[in-house]
Design a binder for this molecule. Structure first.
Ligand code: ES4
Ligand code: ZN
Length: 326
């Protein structure tokens, strides 16, 4: 069997996926028509052509503009349902999905609207093909910690639907230490913790995420290689890294995919995983991210199997459920 076929056939988990980043240009276009939202694009092709970025910020500007077409319960249902159907096609049996409540509450779209849309799609996928999903509520780090605390309070009626807390958006200038108190509160409430760190930000932000936020997993984290002591710690503690190769390429975190360090980190014994981040914006869902590793870095079958096993090991599934996959 070819490696491409094996990539498709192996049951996989995805641990780093922003649901707002799975909005397809076609759905974006249809929802803009439905709600009469004015877009700076004349058709779906122009939306696709706008997906050219040179930095995290240039991407985020388009990502937040795109999310503005999500208005009612059914919009959030369609968004989640499309991604879950894609999971079925790609043999992603478990996904830990991030959503950004502040992107919606800031526009006066309340928790009740997006949570019910998400839940309706998730329940259907669980029932129809046994898909397993956990939700990660992510705070926008360019906003204040007080805003994150307010958001944590607003989410109270939905705590049983949320498994973990995350931290995303513009990294530079917004270090993890800014969110120490809200992460401590979330931990006391029993949530697992993750944070984006060491994507565009320096390795110091990874130290802070580990030492000040007490995270269970790092999103991206590829810049841990710049600090030997940090690299050793991440390896010893087996702190998982959710790496997103096509995202790193599109946002110019690496100049060339041939230079990506994911297989080097894997071979050095770190618990690294492959993920798609914002698949419609970065040019590929999960399987495409694995395929790129084969095509550009010469990933072999052993490395592929390790990465896939890691995706379950690093998940927040209970040990019994994990044991089924690893
Ligand atoms: C994101 Cl790639 C990335 N980094 C930080 N925040 C994000 N939100 C959505 N995608
Ligand atoms: Zn991300």
């Amino acid at each position: 069997m070819s490696l491409t076929q094996l990539i498709k056939n192996l049951p996989k988990a995805e641990l780093h996926l922003h649901i707002e980043g799975s909005l397809e240009p076609r759905l974006l276009w249809e929802l803009a028509q439905k709600h009469q939202v004015k877009l700076p694009y004349q058709n779906v092709r122009e939306i696709e052509q706008a997906y050219q970025f040179s930095s995290l910020q240039s991407f985020l500007d388009i990502y937040y503009a795109g999310a503005n077409v999500l208005r009612d319960e059914d919009d959030f249902y369609q968004l989640m349902w499309s991604y879950l159907c894609r999971c079925r096609e790609e043999n992603i049996v478990h996904s830990e999905i991030m959503f950004d409540p502040q992107t919606h509450t800031q526009r006066d779209v309340p928790f009740s609207v997006f949570m019910s849309g998400f839940e309706r799609a998730i329940r259907r996928a669980e029932k129809e093909w046994g898909m397993s999903v956990l939700l990660i509520m992510s705070f926008l780090r360019h906003l204040s910690e007080a805003d994150a605390i307010d958001t944590l309070l607003l989410a109270k009626p939905y705590y049983d639907k949320i498994h973990a807390i995350g931290l995303d958006s513009s990294e530079l200038g917004h270090p993890p230490e800014k969110f120490e108190r809200v992460f401590a509160k979330a931990s006391a409430l029993g949530f697992k913790l993750v944070a984006h760190a060491g994507e565009e930000g320096p390795s110091e932000y990874i130290w802070q995420a580990i030492n000040l936020l007490n995270i269970d997993r790092i999103d991206h984290g590829v810049r841990c290689e710049e600090d030997d002591a940090l690299l050793a710690l991440v390896r010893e503690r087996q702190i998982p890294l959710t790496v997103c190769p096509l995202s790193n390429l599109k946002l110019c975190v690496v100049d060339d995919i041939n230079q990506h360090n994911i297989l080097r980190l894997l071979d050095a014994g770190l618990l690294v995983t492959v993920n798609s981040d914002d698949p419609t914006y970065f040019g590929g869902y999960l399987n495409r991210n694995y395929e790129v590793l084969e095509a550009s870095l010469g990933m072999n079958e052993k490395q592929l199997r390790e990465l896939v096993t890691n995706s379950f090991k690093a998940s927040f599934l209970e040990e019994g459920a994990k044991a089924h996959w690893v």
